[in-house]
Ligand binder design. Structure first.
Ligand SMILES: Cc1cc2nc3c(=O)[nH]c(=O)nc-3n(C[C@H](O)[C@H](O)[C@H](O)COP(=O)(O)OP(=O)(O)OC[C@H]3O[C@@H](n4cnc5c(N)ncnc54)[C@H](O)[C@@H]3O)c2cc1C
Length: 182
């Protein structure tokens, strides 16, 4: 293992993997990911892996869009599948106020170039016949939503980062000391 690195990222879940990936993309390839068990042995492996664009603020939607782009980009660069399935997503409006909010979101999605439609209960029933639409006012429909395999996505990010020169190590932190350059 290298004794002197620019950045040591601790923990090989989706967060550590993304940090390592983006450091490497930015040219910080002298970075190492340290994991004391194996990649995705924390909570990442059992996350649902939903990849939605739906968020009430443009900054959130931009962040979600960036995550989805990262997974697909890492898949291409690493040849490790992330198993992305584009299913579309529905957010049901249980009140008229919620439906109005969905309409208010439309301009911000249009500005970001992300499709968002506001559907009537009849349209919701057509899109998803198993939903009981009796008491709903409509729904926000984001057709480019989907899900990935979170284990595949983590491995793809780490593999793509390692292809650029970063590294990932299995490590017991009790056995090393870290000297910070302050
Ligand atoms: C595609 C996707 C969609 C998601 N969608 C949602 C969502 O809709 N809503 C939501 O709430 N959450 C969502 N999540 C988040 C998910 O539920 C978890 O919160 C997230 O995956 C946790 O990631 P993490 O890297 O922070 O932690 P972890 O996956 O727990 O990773 C931490 C890692 O650190 C290692 N570690 C711990 N201590 C040490 C140490 N001392 N030395 C070395 N290694 C150590 C562990 O072994 C582990 O591998 C999503 C995640 C993914 C990947």
């Amino acid at each position: 293992m290298k004794a002197d690195v620019q950045v040591a990222v601790i923990g090989g879940g989706i967060v550590g993997a993304s940090v390592l990936y983006w450091l490497a993309k930015m040219g910080w390839t002298d970075s190492v990911l340290m994991e004391h068990r194996e990649l995705t042995s924390g909570s990442t492996w059992h996350s649902a892996g939903n990849t939605t664009y739906f968020g009430p603020y443009p900054s959130m939607t931009r962040l979600f869009a960036g995550s989805i782009r990262s997974y697909l980009q890492a898949e291409e660069e690493s040849a490790q599948s992330v198993s992305f399935h584009q299913t579309g997503g529905l957010r049901l409006a249980a009140t008229e106020r919620e439906l109005r909010l969905f309409h208010d979101y439309k301009p911000q999605y249009a500005e970001l170039g992300i499709p968002l439609h506001v559907r009537t209960p009849e349209e919701v029933a057509e899109l998803h016949p198993l939903i009981d639409t009796t008491n709903i006012f409509g729904a926000a429909h984001t057709p480019t939503d989907g899900h990935v395999d979170p284990v595949g996505a983590t491995h793809a990010l780490v593999k793509a980062a390692c292809n650029l020169g970063a590294s990932a190590e299995s490590i017991n932190l009790h056995q090393i000391s870290i000297i910070l350059p302050f």
